[in-house]
Design a protein around this ligand. Structure first.
Ligand code: ZN
Length: 126
């Protein structure tokens, strides 16, 4: 094999490796469910043992309540947007969820809606 053939072979190998890396990158950037809940894997340490807390308690007048985004109702107060968490047993990383969005309203003040599909308004503040 002469020097030119050797370079061509090396170039072909690099192109092949680049294509493989590109496809892995595409798979990573388009993948959904890269969450602790979706993969049962911690993105921080790679740990596979998690805890799922279906309620998160909050201190409040009259005893502990479930931590939520909001409360509504004057006499019969009701939590809206209760939190659940996934906790990595290896490193303690926490992922928060609000599985039930019913009653949760984006009022523009305490709850703002962000729409990643909308055209970029151009500013750094959303
Ligand atoms: Zn972890």
């Amino acid at each position: 094999m002469n020097a030119e053939e050797d370079l061509r072979a090396q170039l072909a190998a690099v192109r092949e490796e680049l294509a493989a890396v590109r496809s892995q990158l595409d798979a990573l950037t388009t993948a959904r469910g890269l969450t602790m809940a979706g993969q049962v894997r911690c993105p921080g340490c790679g740990g596979r043992k998690l805890l799922h807390a279906t309620k998160v308690l909050d201190r409040a007048h009259g005893g502990p309540k479930t931590l939520a985004v909001a409360r509504e109702g004057a006499f019969f107060e009701r939590s809206v947007g209760e939190f659940q968490v996934y906790i990595c047993q290896g490193c303690g990383l926490v992922e928060w969820y609000v599985p039930d969005l019913s009653g949760l309203v984006a009022d523009g003040e305490t709850v703002r809606e962000l729409d990643g599909t909308a055209p970029d308004p151009g500013g750094p503040y959303r």
